[in-house]
Ligand binder design. Structure first.
Ligand code: 6GU
Length: 235
């Protein structure tokens, strides 16, 4: 049994496949540190045409996800694992997802992500399920699927053992809360541009100081909002 189990409920579970089975997310799965279970909400429709949505009462554009298939799906999936899940609804109306939330989620052993689509969910789904609601930023996506991928990626890479180098130490290092410093690799000269001398010298103390300076400079220039605020929970 993997350390962290994800259950993703969506109308389009097929869009997750290559993403979950490539690069870091694949490695996490191979190391049995994470596992991903996809569920098609449509499978839980009792309608003979597998309908899951309907026109909104009161009129207006688009379609609204109906209670019955969504609630049945969540209840059935919830009962699948032996652990109870932290349950999250992806919606632009949710609390903003950021690194601190990712760190918190990386401590869980089971996370259930519910992706909406169309114009949203029947409000009674919210009332009944009482999920935590997360948004990945201030823009509107046509569904929660891309947001769920963002959450899975940000969380899985924080699970201890997933990244080759042991990450908890580097997260707590000097660079926490800063943008990355510039990186260089071979060759030492490309189209007239040289790699900074300090990186070639092998003096680790100097290299660390240079990187910290560059990270601070870059953070200040590009994201001064990160400099004077290290909680970001209020946003
Ligand atoms: Cl979680 N869902 C949708 N549909 N749009 C979003 C979002 C989520 N986060 C930002 N925009």
């Amino acid at each position: 049994m993997a350390r962290l189990r994800f259950d993703i409920l969506s109308l389009f579970p097929g869009v997750f496949d290559p993403f979950l089975h490539t690069s870091i997310l694949r490695i996490a799965e191979e190391k049995q540190l994470a596992e991903y279970h996809l569920h098609d909400i449509r499978d839980y429709s009792e309608d003979k045409h597998k309908k899951v949505d309907a026109r909104p009462y009161g009129g207006g554009p688009g379609m609204v996800l109906q209670c019955e298939p969504v609630v049945r799906a969540v209840e059935a999936v919830g009962a699948m694992g032996e652990r109870s899940a932290r349950t999250i609804l992806l919606t632009p109306q949710g609390r903003r997802f950021h690194q601190k939330v990712a760190e918190e989620l990386a401590e869980e052993d089971r996370i259930l992500l519910l992706c909406g689509h169309y114009e949203g969910f029947d409000e009674r789904i919210r009332k009944l399920l009482n999920f935590e609601e997360l948004s990945i930023g201030d823009y509107v996506l046509s569904g929660g699927e891309a947001a769920a991928m963002v959450v899975v990626d940000a969380v899985v890479r924080l699970v201890p053992g997933v990244l080759g180098h042991e990450d908890s130490s580097s997260r707590e290092s000097f660079a926490e809360g800063l943008l990355d410093y510039p990186q260089y690799t071979r060759p030492p000269m490309y189209r007239g541009m040289k790699v900074p001398e300090v990186l070639l010298g092998g003096n680790h103390r100097e290299i660390e100081m240079w990187r910290l300076q560059e990270a601070e400079k870059r953070t200040y220039e590009r994201r001064s909002d990160l400099c004077d605020d290290n909680t970001r929970d209020s946003e």
